[in-house]
Design a binder for this molecule. Structure first.
Ligand code: NAG
Ligand code: NAG
Ligand code: NAG
Ligand code: NAG
Ligand code: NAG
Ligand code: NAG
Length: 341
């Protein structure tokens, strides 16, 4: 009995021999098959239901040429060197027209050239949705879904994801199909507070190459408005305030849903986000903003203006003023005396 390893190696060897033979044959026929016809254009891209035409011409004498196709075929003609394949309304997804010529190459009496045809169709609808009802929460993961209905060919389809005007991501498809398909693309997002009120949308784009329509046909979904819940977060957790006549402590902070506020160190409860008072004594006042997602506190350190410093400033001011007046007087009277003499 042959061990399975040897058997596998043999199989592999024969595989390689066969592959080489196929390749050699392909190369031989490839160099041989210089069919003396020119297609113009060399490939076509046409909307389903649209009109299409291509020429096949030759510069050699021949015993007949024609177009073979399930639509728009041209019967063999012997006295022409240019024949046109033409379909005014193409309604076939997998049409494969070819131009043939009865002309002797090697052992063959006929050769042919196929015209590659891409038939496309823009989607009937593009729809965006999310796997969740109601407001999203900051920092959590959500899946957006884009449904593209009845589009062809799928290998030329790109789904573009936008937030506002910003392109977030692109989805392409690896499967191939000539007939229309329904496709679903998904995108994971983790929204933050800046995304509250953002608009997401997806767009189906058909890139059909240089022969295809320019600009690329695109169909956009309606925008999906998202609401994001996020907890209050002060930009700084303490603030120092020098008390003068009026003190204003502003604890207002953005949050969704809006925060409620509480203040410590106050005799009476106050749920306003701003404290305005002339009667606040120096000390620390802590405010806490709270919503359904969390809370955040901020400490206002209220300091009195220092009395010694105040009087020092006043006295310095007075002294400087007196000095200025005195020097002015001395200068003025001293000058006048001199000028009289
Ligand atoms: C095909 O040939 C005809 C006649 O020469 C010409 O008028 C026409 O523009 C050509 N069409 C294409 C697609 O090249
Ligand atoms: C080619 O021959 C057919 C008859 O076989 C004739 O009806 C046609 O007018 C000819 N066309 C040209 C361009 O000579
Ligand atoms: C695509 O979806 C539509 C509507 O849901 C359905 O009627 C159609 O058969 C679907 N097409 C394919 C190719 O699945
Ligand atoms: C899109 O279509 C064109 C024309 O059919 C083709 O040449 C090209 O390779 C396609 N692009 C992709 C990404 O499949
Ligand atoms: C809270 O304080 C503000 C300003 O300091 C004042 O206008 C308001 O009446 C107070 N509210 C309560 C419930 O005490
Ligand atoms: C107020 O807060 C500051 C800084 O957090 C701290 O240094 C100070 O001791 C506090 N004062 C009072 C009266 O609690």
């Amino acid at each position: 009995m042959v061990p399975s390893n040897t058997y596998n190696m043999l199989q592999c060897f024969y595989g390689l021999v066969y592959l080489s033979a196929v390749l050699a044959f392909a190369t031989l026929t490839g160099t041989q098959a210089e069919c003396p016809v020119q297609l113009n254009p060399q490939r076509v891209v046409v909307r389903y239901g649209g009109s299409v035409a291509a020429n096949c011409s030759t510069s050699v004498p021949h015993k007949g040429m024609g177009w073979e196709a399930s639509e728009g075929g041209v019967p063999m003609t012997k006295n022409q060197s240019l024949i046109t394949w033409r379909v005014p309304e193409l309604t076939e997804w997998d049409i494969k027209p070819f131009c043939y010529i009865n002309y002797k190459i090697g052992n063959e009496d006929q050769c042919k050239e196929e015209l590659p045809v891409t038939v496309y169709k823009t989607p009937d609808s593009v729809f965006i949705s999310v796997n969740h009802n109601g407001p999203m929460k900051e920092g959590e993961l959500y899946e957006l879904q884009c449904d593209v209905h009845n589009v062809a060919p799928v290998q030329n389809l790109t789904v573009n994801w936008y937030k506002g005007q910003t392109l977030l991501d692109q989805t392409t498809f690896t499967d191939t199909s000539e007939t229309p398909v329904n496709k679903t693309a998904t995108l994971l997002i983790r929204p933050d507070r800046a995304d509250d009120g953002a608009q997401y949308r997806c767009e189906a784009e058909l890139d059909l190459g240089a022969e295809g329509p320019q600009p690329h046909p695109t169909i956009s979904s309606k925008p999906l408005n998202v609401e994001v819940y996020y907890k209050p977060q002060h930009s700084s957790s303490t603030e120092t305030i020098i008390k003068d006549d009026k003190v204003m402590l502003d604890c207002t902070v953005k949050a969704n849903p809006a925060s409620t506020y509480t203040w410590d160190h106050l005799k009476e409860k106050n749920s306003s986000s701003v404290l305005k008072s002339s009667a606040l004594s120096p000390g620390n006042y802590t405010c806490t903003a709270t919503n359904a997602l969390g809370r955040d506190s901020k400490v206002f350190i209220v300091k009195s203006t220092d009395r010694t410093t105040f009087w020092a400033i006043v006295l310095t001011g007075v002294a400087v003023a007196v000095a200025l007046i005195a020097s002015y007087l001395i200068f003025k009277f001293g000058f006048s005396k001199n000028s009289v003499i």
